[in-house]
Design a binder for this molecule. Structure first.
Ligand code: T6T
Length: 316
């Protein structure tokens, strides 16, 4: 029940049998396991990966968990293992809990490529492709500080769940960078379990406990969409500056109508494309790059028309 296919979004299908446990050189079947189903960041990644796989003569099938949760993602890895694709591109939903299942892939001779998130254990993946998330957190801090100007008050980070490598790194970068602004007090992070409604509640609660709140940094898509709702409900849109991460269609329309003051957008299509290229290099004895960092950009309402190539897709 935890398994869901993104087939409708991007034309992919279920992970199929490879050519009968054949050697990796003639097995051209790749699998993608995103962090969560039906979410524009991972759909955009899937689009990039599918297009590249097709261009290179490989098949790519996607299976994603319902929740961003290792309990949902582990059975997908186990199921895919039975079909033995040549390589698996995966966004591990926990930097420790997914190590066991991912090691099983490696032990079975399946090449493992990390896309977006990664494990603490760097011995499992051949290559890891992601944004420089710590840098993204710093960019969010500088962007928020610029919006706040010389006003004095506090700022909050709304984060997803501890153990998510990407969002942990975003908070780390933010926390370090925000100390450069003495007028701003960082009151710490609150976890939302990657749930928009929880994020909205945390904003409302913080507004009552910290009436001097000047800004919020929401570390990802759901958290940001929820924070925008929370500020709207409290009548604080625009008064409390909101910097989000990602650029989902909803976040982009919220930026346009002033619910967000800025978004830090990633380039998920390129993460997917590079993931396929690294998988193929690993399978064919090509040169593999251990770590690849993809673009991040800060977008505001004023420059959003020029940055539309960074907007995420809901289908390919
Ligand atoms: O922000 C992205 C991704 O980079 C992160 O690892 C998890 O959340 C998103 O998928 C957005 O929902």
């Amino acid at each position: 029940a935890a398994v869901s296919l993104l087939a409708t979004a991007c034309g992919g299908g279920q992970v199929g049998q490879s050519s009968g446990g054949s050697s990796s050189s003639d097995n051209k079947s790749l699998a993608l396991i995103p962090g969560i189903t039906a979410e524009p960041f991972y759909i955009s990644m899937q689009c990039g990966a599918e297009a590249e796989a097709k261009a290179k003569g490989y098949t790519l099938k996607t299976q994603a968990p319902q929740k961003f949760d290792p309990a949902d993602q582990t059975p997908i890895v186990t199921g895919i293992l039975a079909n033995k694709p040549a390589a698996v591109l995966i966004a591990p939903t926990d930097d420790k809990a997914m190590a066991g299942p991912m090691k099983q892939l490696k032990t079975a001779g399946v090449k493992v490529i990390e896309v977006d998130t990664s494990l603490q254990d760097t011995s499992v993946a051949e290559s890891s492709i992601s944004s420089n998330n710590e840098q993204g957190g710093k960019l969010a801090a500088d962007t928020l500080a610029k919006l706040v100007g010389d006003k004095k008050g506090s700022v909050l980070v709304l984060n997803t769940t501890a153990g998510t490598s990407t969002t942990d790194a975003r908070e780390k970068g933010f926390k370090e960078e925000i100390t450069k602004y003495p007028n701003i007090t960082y009151i710490g992070q609150q976890y939302t379990d990657n749930d928009a409604a929880t994020s909205a509640q945390k904003v409302t609660a913080t507004l009552s406990s910290n009436p001097d709140l000047l800004g919020v940094f929401a570390t990802n898509l759901n958290t940001g969409e929820g924070a925008a709702t929370g500020l709207r409900t409290a009548g604080k849109t625009g008064t409390v500056n909101l910097v989000g991460f990602d650029a989902s269609p909803k976040e982009v329309s919220d930026l346009k109508d002033g619910s967000f003051q800025a978004l830090i957008a990633q380039d998920p299509g390129t993460i997917g494309k590079d993931g396929v290229d690294q998988a193929i290099a690993a399978l064919t004895g090509g040169s593999v790059t251990r770590n690849i960092s993809t673009d991040l950009v800060s977008i505001t309402k004023d420059d959003m028309d020029q940055q539309s190539k960074y907007f995420y897709k809901s289908s390919c």
